[in-house]
Design a protein around this ligand. Structure first.
Ligand SMILES: CC(C)(COP(=O)(O)OP(=O)(O)OC[C@H]1O[C@@H](n2cnc3c(N)ncnc32)[C@H](O)[C@@H]1OP(=O)(O)O)[C@@H](O)C(=O)NCCC(=O)NCCS
Length: 221
């Protein structure tokens, strides 16, 4: 599980956040600041929490897909800093990120599962240690309670096994149950794997009017 080679960051995406000294692509939606106002998404009983499932991958390995927990912080950090290659981090965060700053790590693991819904794929090493190998999430738009912005990442050694598709399908199904109508994602125009996955799922694409290098993909849910 070693990171692979990387490329230069997308310059337009370099925006500094907080006092953590890192540059992240906040204008592309995720990672984003925590909502400043209380979540207004209605509670919908059991549909509120994404469920657990054991999912078999194309190579025979299995993962557990489940909601993220506050105590996943160390594993989430390991996913980003050790299991994603520099290129995958660039594609996910639209910027040169080596590890998640503490505030962002907290925001990504302490989620309300209503306005910010996050699911992870977990595997167990031989010594019993839990590793996260995939992460998919959405954050409901401030302007439109029926829309949310999504992002996803799968550990490099776990890519091309069907995990990304499964995570996105589950996220979209949950969004539908929660009453949303669509998920929007900002995808760098050169990110062919993600664009291919989105095409498979029937997403519509349009150029981002704010950035020639970015495509806005919309998934109906
Ligand atoms: C994009 C990403 C999530 C896909 O995850 P994955 O688990 O590898 O995807 P899957 O195995 O489920 O593949 C689903 C489909 O996507 C397409 N796809 C995935 N990887 C591809 C690649 N390297 N080249 C071409 N198509 C690819 C294929 O159509 C594939 O279907 P197929 O396997 O039946 O041919 C993963 O590559 C990733 O994490 N990339 C880095 C982070 C990123 O780009 N995030 C998106 C920002 S929103």
């Amino acid at each position: 599980m070693s990171p692979a080679g990387g490329t230069a960051p997308h310059p337009a995406a370099l925006v500094s956040i907080g006092g953590d000294g890192l540059a992240l692509g906040t204008r592309h939606g995720l990672p984003m600041p925590r909502p400043r106002r209380p979540c207004e998404q209605p509670r919908r009983g059991e549909a509120l929490l994404p469920g657990h499932e054991t999912h078999g991958l194309r190579d025979g390995r299995t993962v557990t897909v489940r909601p993220v927990h506050a105590d996943d912080a160390a594993a989430e950090q390991r996913l980003v800093s050790a299991l994603l290659s520099p290129r995958s981090r660039l594609l996910r965060f639209h910027g040169a990120v080596k590890q998640l700053p503490p505030g962002l790590l907290r925001d990504m693991t302490q989620v309300d599962q209503r306005c910010h819904v996050a699911i992870v794929a977990e595997t167990r090493a031989d010594d019993g240690a839990a590793w996260l190998v995939g992460d998919a999430r959405y954050v409901v738009s401030d302007d439109d309670p029926l829309a949310a912005e999504f992002a996803i990442a799968v550990a490099d050694d776990w890519q091309r096994l069907g995990l990304g598709r499964r995570l996105l399908q589950r996220l979209a199904a949950h969004a539908g149950r929660a009453g949303l109508r669509r998920l929007d994602g900002s995808v760098l125009a050169g990110n062919e794997p993600m664009l291919a996955l989105l095409r498979q799922l029937g997403a519509t694409m349009r150029l981002d009017p704010a950035s020639a290098d970015t495509v806005i993909a919309t998934l109906g849910v």
